[in-house]
Design a protein around this ligand. Structure first.
Ligand SMILES: [Zn+2]
Length: 94
């Protein structure tokens, strides 16, 4: 039986997913997903793989949160102040 963390790794190696999708697929809470993701991001790089945080974007004006390194969704857009912001997705390549 694989651990939750291993299950998440398998999921995002297959395709990029956001925390909500991972939460459903791995059977853990969304907040828990963010905690696992911090660990996964650090641990996979030592195994010759690349963790990618695909940035969130503002659904109102299209602003992309490229410089953001946190795993969570930003609460509002710094450009237009809208709160309709997409979830970032995560993937592992290599
Ligand atoms: Zn915006």
């Amino acid at each position: 039986m694989p651990t939750v963390r291993q299950r998440i790794i398998d999921l995002i190696q297959a395709r990029a997913m956001d925390a909500r999708e991972i939460s459903t697929a791995a059977g853990v809470g969304e907040k828990e997903v963010y905690v696992h993701m911090e660990h996964i991001a650090r641990s996979v790089s030592g195994k010759g793989k690349t963790f990618r945080l695909n940035p969130a974007a503002c659904l109102a004006c299209g602003y992309v949160f490229r410089d953001r390194r946190r795993m969570t969704r930003p609460s509002r857009c710094p450009r237009c102040k809208a709160q309709r912001v997409s979830l970032p997705t995560y993937s592992i390549t290599g």
